[in-house]
Write a protein of this length. Structure first.
Length: 101
């Protein structure tokens, strides 16, 4: 289960890592792809870094709350990542600069 904290303009999501320790992430974007809901997060300490590694998770509803689930299928993960990049480009009003597009 995720705990969401609001800090100014950014929401911070606290997830438990494999060892049960809290890990803090800044919320970047929640979006739909192929009928499922996904969330893009970055480690809180990298929230202002344009080169931060993005964590993509599928959001499933369980017992009336949201559960964040890793995306194990590499093909689906690539598709979700590309959708994330496209949406970020739209939000920023620019071109992606990705090769082949």
């Amino acid at each position: 289960m995720a705990k969401i904290e609001s800090q100014g303009e950014k929401d911070v999501i606290v997830l438990l890592d494999e060892g049960g320790e809290p890990a803090r992430f800044a919320h970047v974007l929640t979006f739909f792809y192929e009928g499922a809901r996904y969330v893009a997060l970055v480690p809180e300490e990298e929230a202002d870094d344009d080169e931060a590694e993005v964590v993509l998770l599928r959001i499933e509803e369980k017992d009336g709350g949201d559960v964040y689930v890793s995306i194990d299928n590499e093909v689906l993960l690539d598709e979700v990542f590309n959708e994330f990049l496209d949406l970020m480009d739209e939000l920023e009003g620019g071109e992606s600069g990705r090769e082949g597009e």
